[in-house]
Design a binder for this molecule. Sequence first.
Ligand SMILES: [Zn+2]
Length: 220
Amino acid sequence: MSIRHHLDEATLLSYAAGSMSQGMALVTACHLAMCSACRKRAQHSEAIGGALMETLTPSPISDSALDAVLAAIEAQDEPIQVETVRSKPVRPVDSDVPAPLTDYIGESFDEIEWKRIVPGVYYFDLPCQSGGVSRLLRIAPGKAMLPHTHEGNELTLVLKGSFTDEIGRFAAGDIADLDDQIEHQPLVDSSEDCICLVATDAPLKFTTILGRLMQPMTGF
Ligand SMILES: [Zn+2]
């Protein structure tokens, strides 16, 4: 799997700090399960975050404390594991479902009770809806998602198939890590259905009349 779109630094840090919504953390954990490059970066973020926590003592610390902490991290022989990914193998054998997602849907997309939005566009809400949206989208070849912007951040991880939007082409393993500045309309360009895991920390804002009309129905 050659992954071209990765998590940005701010997302990794807030994941390491445990300050994400459950849905955003799930998408992040799934990308980490699929992407060894981001796993390495996440381990580094975790190490820095954890080490800084240990320096939170009531007594004043010297300016060299961070240097000492970083030196201690460098000196560690044991690689530091990311907790959420460690509990299971990275990916079940013969499955497109990344391990962190199997707790929610099992090991196959075929067993999901998809709900139809419009012909060719289906969704399934995951049971972690606090503070934003967390859902799977399944979109048929040649179909587009409705154009939208967001009030907060949106993470979209491709699990199967591929899409193209204003930013580029996204295939399995790629993650679109978007902030509220971007309006985009993903168009599925694979010959199979494109299945994505999407989480937002605020509702999406559709930019077309159709999108706004459908908003109460889709719950976005
Ligand atoms: Zn990555």
